[in-house]
Design a binder for this molecule. Structure first.
Ligand SMILES: CC(C)(COP(=O)(O)OP(=O)(O)OC[C@H]1O[C@@H](n2cnc3c(N)ncnc32)[C@H](O)[C@@H]1OP(=O)(O)O)[C@@H](O)C(=O)NCCC(=O)NCCS
Length: 247
């Protein structure tokens, strides 16, 4: 599959770097030159947590602040699981942090899949994280609005998938936001909305993207994080790692 034409430097090793190189290859040299940017994809560092925190909170500005990461939680996650947490920097703009993909490894209970985001974060943001756990839980992903639609989101997912493959994990699970639901909230339930997005009858800026990334949209999650615009609904999304070998 040819991905969008974003020229970049990759500061990651091994399989992850190889996977990212494949998905980001420009369709043609001409296309690459036309959309040349100077973005760097790398692991999230403690030094850039303030910027990462600002990007998350600016991105999800209709969500209750307490339901998003606190700075110290982000620091803990970056320290506990550097391999699974990523940032994107713009070399042409003083290394501005323009993209963020964070996650932890948890033992997700699919029989009791209703959950709130802060419940997943756990104590200090890492209470439920262990390198032995089978599922990568995507806790946040955000791209600066000025950089959207250029393939940054897809590359962050490629990095997450590369991490899951490298560590032989079952896949990725997350509570996906439903920004488009606000326009239909008076006429349908969250589950009805999700079904219409799955069927391609409605387009959701986030869920449609995740479905195109190979995620299954399982069901609505009530009270995921406080957000009046969507009545606090999210959707349980799952990507199954085709290369997973249970031990
Ligand atoms: C969801 C999000 C991370 C995607 O990041 P992105 O860098 O814009 O994504 P990409 O450029 O890789 O685009 C992926 C697809 O989304 C669509 N898309 C997203 N933003 C777009 C834009 N501004 N213009 C056109 N298409 C866009 C396109 O269909 C694109 O598919 P394509 O590659 O086949 O053209 C970003 O929109 C975002 O930060 N949204 C707000 C936060 C959010 O919803 N996070 C997810 C939490 S679950």
């Amino acid at each position: 599959m040819l991905g969008p034409a974003v020229a970049q430097r990759v500061h990651l090793g091994g399989d992850t770097a190889e996977q990212l190189k494949r998905v980001s290859e420009p369709a043609s040299e001409q296309q690459a030159n036309e959309i040349m940017t100077n973005l760097v994809y790398t692991n999230l560092t403690v030094e850039r947590i303030e910027d990462a925190h600002r990007l998350e909170h600016n991105t999800f500005d209709t969500v209750a602040t307490e339901d998003l990461y606190a700075v110290d939680e982000m620091v803990n996650v970056a320290r506990a699981f550097p391999d699974g947490n990523f940032m994107v920097l713009d070399r042409d703009d003083d290394d501005k942090l323009i993209g963020l993909g964070m996650g932890i490894l948890i033992d997700f209970d699919f029989d009791h899949s209703d959950h709130g985001l802060t419940e997943v974060h756990g104590e200090g943001g890492v209470g439920n994280h262990s390198m032995d756990n089978p599922w990568y839980y995507g806790t946040t992903i955000a791209v600066d609005p000025a950089y959207r639609g250029q393939g940054v989101g897809r590359q962050l997912y490629a990095l997450r998938k590369g991490c899951v493959t490298k560590h032989n994990k079952a896949g990725i699970v997350a509570g996906g936001v439903l920004p488009g639901y606000r326009d239909h909230i008076k006429t349908m339930t969250a589950d009805e909305y999700i079904e219409k997005v799955k069927a391609g009858e409605l387009y959701d800026p986030t869920l449609s993207f995740q479905i195109s990334e190979g995620f299954r949209a399982v069901q609505a999650i009530p009270n995921y994080m406080r957000d009046e615009t969507v009545d606090s609904y999210a959707v349980l999304i799952v990507w199954d790692n085709p290369d997973y070998k249970p031990s």
